[in-house]
Design a protein around this ligand. Structure first.
Ligand SMILES: [Zn+2]
Length: 83
C-alpha cells in the first residue's frame, strides 16, 4: 500500500495486539483503532476502544464467575430478552 495519492493522507497503522485471530490496529493519522475479529473489522475512536475493552473485561469476568459457580445454566431475564 504505497500509493501516493495527494488527496489522501497516508495511514500509519501500528499493530497494538494480536491473539487467536483478534487484532488491534491503530492508525495515528486517522486516530482510529481498528478491531479485527476474523473477517469483521470495527473502526473505533481510541475512547470507544477503551470503553469496549472495559465492557468486554467486565463481561468476561462475570462470565468466568458464572461458569465457575455453575450458575450459567440459569437463564437470566436480561440476556433472555435479547435472544
Ligand atoms: Zn489511517
Amino acid at each position: 500500500m504505497r500509493s501516493k495519492l495527494k488527496t489522501y493522507q497516508q495511514c500509519e497503522k501500528i499493530e497494538l495486539a494480536e491473539t487467536a485471530g483478534f487484532r488491534v490496529i491503530y492508525c495515528s493519522n486517522c486516530q482510529v483503532v481498528e478491531l479485527e475479529v476474523g473477517a469483521l473489522s470495527l473502526r473505533l475512536t481510541p475512547e470507544m476502544a477503551q470503553h469496549f475493552a472495559n465492557v468486554l473485561m467486565k463481561g468476561s469476568l462475570k462470565l468466568e464467575r458464572l461458569t465457575q459457580s455453575g450458575m450459567y445454566q440459569k437463564p437470566m431475564m436480561e440476556a433472555g430478552a435479547l435472544h
